[in-house]
Design a protein around this ligand. Structure first.
Ligand SMILES: [Mg+2]
Length: 185
C-alpha cells in the first residue's frame, strides 16, 4: 500500500513568513536573517517585530484572498514535491485562518499550478485526525508533527529557522532521508 504523505504548505512549500513580514512593513530578508541570528528556533520574535503575534498575523492584508493566492513557492518546492511523489501519494494538508480569503486563496494557488481537476488537498486545523500507521506528515511546526506522531502517525519536522532544526542548511535532503528511514521500518 502506497504511503499516505501529507504536505503542509506554509513554511514548507510557500514562503508565508516572508510575505507576512512584508505585509507588516518589514524587509523580509533582513528580518529573517536577524531572526535566525538572534532568536533561532523562536516561534515568533516579538523583539524584532515590535508587536504581538496576534497583531502581526491578523494584519489586514493577510486576511485577503490575494495574499494567499500569490504566495511564492520556495526554491526547493518542485524538488520536494517530485521526491515525495516518488515515495507515496502526496496530499497537501493546510490549515485555514479565520478568514475565508485564506481558503479560497490557497485553493487558487493549488489549481493554478495543478489544474482545476486537482483535488489532492485537505483544508483543516485538525491535522492529527488524519494520523495512522501509514500516514506521514511533513510540517514545519512541532505542534502539528508531535500530536500526529502521538496518534500513531509519523510526523516529520521540516527544518525552518523557527523550529529546532534551524541549523539544517538543506531541508529537502534532510526530510527525504527522514522519510526514507521511516518507510524502511
Ligand atoms: Mg506550516
Amino acid at each position: 500500500m502506497s504511503a499516505e504523505i501529507y504536505l503542509d504548505m506554509d513554511g514548507v512549500c510557500v514562503d508565508f513568513m516572508g510575505a507576512a513580514i512584508k505585509a507588516n512593513g518589514f524587509p523580509p530578508d533582513e528580518s529573517l536573517a536577524r531572526w535566525l541570528e538572534e532568536h533561532p528556533g523562536s516561534l515568533f520574535p516579538e523583539a524584532i517585530f515590535e508587536r504581538s503575534p496576534m497583531a502581526f498575523f491578523t494584519h489586514e492584508y493577510i486576511q485577503t484572498e490575494e495574499f494567499w493566492a500569490n504566495l511564492t513557492p520556495f526554491d526547493w518546492f518542485d524538488d520536494l514535491y517530485a521526491e515525495l511523489n516518488r515515495l507515496g501519494h502526496v496530499v497537501f494538508l493546510t490549515a485555514p485562518t479565520g478568514s475565508p480569503g485564506c481558503v479560497s486563496g490557497k485553493h487558487h494557488w493549488l489549481i493554478e499550478r495543478f489544474g482545476t481537476d486537482f483535488h489532492d488537498f485537505i483544508f483543516t486545523r485538525h491535522k492529527n485526525r488524519l494520523a495512522h500507521n501509514n500516514a506521514y506528515l511533513i510540517d514545519d511546526m512541532a505542534f502539528n508533527t508531535e500530536p500526529f506522531s502521538e496518534r500513531d502517525g509519523h510526523g516529520i519536522l521540516f527544518p525552518q529557522i523557527w523550529n529546532e532544526l534551524n541549523h539544517v542548511d538543506n531541508p529537502v535532503p534532510h526530510v527525504i532521508t527522514e522519510l526514507e528511514k521511516k518507510l524502511a521500518r
